[in-house]
Design a protein around this ligand. Sequence first.
Ligand code: SF4
Ligand code: SF4
Length: 305
Amino acid sequence: MSRLDNSDNPDLARLDKETEVEIIDAVRVPDSANPVMPVRLRQDDEFTFRCHQGVSCWNDCCHGADITLTPNDILRLCAHLDIRPMEFLKTYTVPGMWDRADLPVAKLKMSDADGKGACQFLTEEGCSVYEHRPATCRYYPLGLASVKPKGADEKEDFFFLVREQHCCGHNEDKTQTVAAYRKEQGIEEYDDVNRGWMDILMKMASWKNLGGPGGKDIAPQTKQMFFLVSTNVDGFRSFVFDTKFLETYEIDPEAVEILKTDDKVLLRLGFDWMKNVMFNEPTITLKEPILHEAMAKARENLGAM
Ligand code: SF4
Ligand code: SF4
C-alpha cells in the first residue's frame, strides 16, 4: 500500500489528489494575457529562445518584475556584494507573500514608488550582478513547477515556457533542450540549495484548500520563522546557537561545528526543522529527555496517566 493511500483519514485522503504548483513563476508582467504555454516540458524537450544584447527588447524584462528571492539567491548576492543578509534585505528587497502557500518571502525591489521601474541591479550594459543573478532571472523564460501525481509518494519537477509579448528572444533561431539551457544558466546549484524551501512551498500550497496542515493554518510565529530561515542565515544561526535549540534536538557534534560557518548546511537544517514544525515530518529528532517530556505532555493532554 502506498504511504499516500490515506483512505482512513479524510483530510489526508482529500490531499491525495494530483497537485501542481508553480515554484519559479516566470511571468514578468502579470496583467498581460496569460503567456504560459500549456505544455509540460521535461529536461529533454526543446524550445527556441535566445537572449542577447542585440534584441530590441534588451532589458525590458528587468523593469517592474515580480521576482521572489530564493534562499540561494540571497546567499549568492550577499557574498557578491560583501554585505550581511540584514543589510541586503533592507536595501534590495520588499517583503511579499507567496500567495499559493500564504508564506512570507522577500521580493527583489524595483525602483519607482509603484515598483514598475528598473531593477536596482540594472545598468546600461545589462545586469550588474549577472554571475549571481536570482534563480528566476536564470530560468526566464522557463518556469519551474512541481507535480505530485495522485497516489504517488514523490513529486516530480517539470518546466513550462512563458511567451510574453514584450520578449523577442522567442523569435531568435537558437533551439536547445531544457537540460542544456539549465546548464548554461547555472540553475542546478540553485535547485539543489533551494530544495527544502521549495518542498515547503509545495506542501503548504497543497494544504491550502484545506486551511493548512491538518486543517489548521500555521501560527504567525512559525511563518515568521520560515521567513527568517529563508532570508537571513545570520539570524537563524543566532537562533540555533543562542537558544536551547542544540539542547532540544539531536545534532551530531561534527555537524554543529560545520553549522557555525557553512550557510548551505545551516539552510538544510533550517528547512528540515521547519518541515518537522509545520508538518510533523521526522526530519529532525528530539533528544531523549525532551522526547519523554513531550510524550508525557501529550498523554496528559489526552487525559491518560
Ligand atoms: S537581477 Fe539582473 S537579471 Fe534579474 S531583474 Fe535585476 S537586472 Fe534583471
Ligand atoms: S529577449 Fe526576453 S529575456 Fe532577453 S532582454 Fe528581451 S525581454 Fe528580456
